[in-house]
Design a protein around this ligand. Structure first.
Ligand code: FES
Length: 125
């Protein structure tokens, strides 16, 4: 019996395995809504929301990239549990009520684990 059959059983095929892999990726998606561009991408743990947006050419506003200007502010609509806790810079820049409403700073918010995440860039002006 070859290794593939040992892993997936007699009736499973390579196509079944490929479909299972696709399904797993679909569950771990990141939907990013910029000013005019919205895309769904695969979340990469260790990268910030802003890095994801820039890598995928989403028009996500930003300037300082160190948590002071708040241009990258966004509202996390889904999947906050897949993100690292707010940084000290976010606590200094955002009000407690904003955290309650799901607001974060895109340049500070790091993906912790793959999962379904939805975030929208919402600056103050
Ligand atoms: S780019 Fe300035 S706070 Fe994120």
């Amino acid at each position: 019996m070859n290794r593939f059959r040992m892993l997936f059983g007699k009736k499973k095929t390579m196509q079944d395995a490929a479909q299972a892999d696709k399904t797993a990726h679909h569950e771990a998606t990141m939907q990013l809504k910029g000013r005019t561009i919205e895309k769904t991408v695969i979340p990469e743990p260790g990268k910030t929301i802003l890095q994801h947006a820039k890598d995928h050419e989403i028009d996500w506003q930003h300037m300082c990239k160190r948590g002071t200007c708040a241009r990258c502010r966004c509202q996390v609509l889904e999947g906050a549990e897949y993100l690292e806790e707010p940084t000290e810079a976010e606590h200094k820049r955002l009000d407690p009520e904003e955290f309650d409403e799901g607001f974060r700073l895109g340049c500070q918010t790091v993906v912790k684990a793959p999962g379904k995440i939805v975030a929208q860039n919402k600056t103050y002006f």
